[in-house]
Ligand binder design. Structure first.
Ligand SMILES: [Zn+2]
Ligand SMILES: [Zn+2]
Length: 222
């Protein structure tokens, strides 16, 4: 039985409401009026890039606030975030799980829960636990594109927790992921190899994953 059949036929232990689907995505990457890069590439430092991308998460969190009759910025919102964090996998949309972690302060390292110091055990546990959602929900309640988008955003929000080449890859990819694209495994491997070869600037000028993956080797460097 395929995983899709399993998910639809036998049901899941929790509802697994999908996330990130309340806000329409751009059909193609568009330039950011603030940072001048493609929207998403300035995430999260550029205010416009951050607003456009985070809107996918915020729309779901706001819907949850409305359903719970909770105001933003209140103690009740923090209590809701704690409840979402402690809930079983799939009880809330993955976007709400992320938003809850972003709202909560880690009692060990003082950072955002799951995004704090690299050596923080609590953050490692919180970051590790949230990916169970993806493993159980793919590919029905979460598409591979949504998974890639979630991974990229989590990585860019905590760059100190990852290798530079991974962070650069997420930065390059985010505008295309936002527009609904997804690299093949082969393309992703090729782009990573080009990043390791120091060719970020050339990659950043490409219009899609295909163009990035087809940048020619530089013979004098091999
Ligand atoms: Zn921007
Ligand atoms: Zn921490």
């Amino acid at each position: 039985m395929t995983k899709a059949a399993y998910l639809s036929g036998m049901g899941l232990p929790a509802p697994f409401p999908p996330g990130g689907r309340r806000v329409p995505r751009p059909e193609a990457p568009v330039p950011c009026s603030n940072c001048g890069e493609l929207v998403g590439r300035g995430y999260p430092e550029c205010a416009i890039c951050a607003e456009r991308i985070d809107d996918l998460w915020w729309a779901d969190w706001r819907a949850l606030l409305d359903a719970e009759r909770v105001q933003t910025g209140t103690d009740e919102e923090r209590a809701l975030a704690e409840r979402v964090r402690a809930a079983s996998v799939g009880a809330f949309p993955w976007t709400c799980v992320d938003w809850a972690l972003w709202l909560l302060t880690c009692t060990v390292c003082g950072g955002q829960v799951g995004s704090g110091d690299l050596g923080c055990v609590d953050c490692a546990a919180a970051d590790g636990a949230r990916w169970a959602w993806d493993h159980q929900a793919l590919p029905v309640a979460m598409t591979p594109n949504e998974h890639a988008l979630r991974v990229a955003v989590a990585g860019l929000r905590a760059p100190h927790r990852h290798r530079d080449v991974a962070v650069a890859g997420w930065r390059l990819a985010l505008p295309f992921l936002f527009a609904g694209e997804l690299p093949t495994t082969k393309q992703a491997q090729r782009i990573r190899a080009l990043l390791l070869a120091g060719r970020y600037a050339e990659l950043a000028r490409c219009r899609d994953f295909c163009a990035m993956a087809h940048l020619p080797d530089l013979p004098w460097r091999s």
